[in-house]
Unconditional design. Sequence first.
Length: 289
Amino acid sequence: MRPFEYERPSELAQATSLLAEYGPEARPLAGGTDLIIRLRDGSLRPRVVVDMKGIDELDGDIRDDDGYLRFGALTTMTDIAADSRVRRDYPALAESALFVGSVQIRNRATLVGNMCNASPAADTAPALLAYGALIVATGPSGTRHLPLEEFFVRSGVTTLARGELVVAIELPRPTSSRGSVHLRRTRRRGHDLASVTLACAVTPDGKTRIAYGSVGPRPVLAIDDSGRLADPSLPDTDKAGLLDRLFAGASPSPTSMRASPEYRLAMLRVLGLRGVKAAIDRLASAQAP
Ligand SMILES: Cc1cc2nc3c(=O)[nH]c(=O)nc-3n(C[C@H](O)[C@H](O)[C@H](O)COP(=O)(O)OP(=O)(O)OC[C@H]3O[C@@H](n4cnc5c(N)ncnc54)[C@H](O)[C@@H]3O)c2cc1C
């Protein structure tokens, strides 16, 4: 591991000014479950690591906030999977958080770190995309909110500007009943990164939001508002055709050791049909008297 300076600021302004000063040579540290491994294997060689756990303005709370459920920068996967509001209103997010690593990893791993790492395989990304998540970023020129689909560029790269930190993630509160689910495919049982991830959310107005990952350089969100995909009576063969159009953003790497592009695309179609069916069934249960 190359030596680096370790900073543990107590104020957000100190952290953002360090990040602005060092630019790409600085790395924020949250749970460290991605960062420490990359420091050890030398694939990241920052001059300074900025630990966020001592910053007064940051916390791990999950808060109801003016039409949003707000997750602090330090909210862990364990916090998310255990929260009754998340399990009730955002079950795909609770399910995806429970897939991450092991108990030990989930106790450290943050939701925000999962997004900022920008892995195409990040388990919680499809659910957050399907629910319309917003990233709240603060930097030297203030705070901005941006839709998660505008945050990812490619593996390891986001649209955060120099000096910016993610201080929270916000999910809009549901305005109607909704059926939603998270699914994933891995090479083997036990701890493994996903070969395909998919989340699907269906609402009574016939809108289907489907998000998928691990099949290209970044997770992708696609929306069907024709009402056809959400129609329980439409045959699977027709749904498969609709899904193929929504999956146009999939471009799996031919060099991955985890799965071939052909396998990933085939599994994406399988998970797509399963996800739509499960979301429709959950919507029907939610609407049952
Ligand atoms: C054994 C093991 C198993 C794993 N299994 C899974 C899995 O099944 N699914 C999965 O999705 N992931 C998995 N991971 C990856 C990892 O646990 C998650 O991505 C985790 O959510 C990262 O969060 P963290 O708080 O540990 O981030 P960190 O490691 O602290 O940071 C990750 C990256 O985000 C940046 N960052 C962190 N917080 C901020 C912020 N507030 N603003 C700006 N940048 C920030 C850091 O600089 C770093 O580049 C696994 C990791 C390990 C070691």
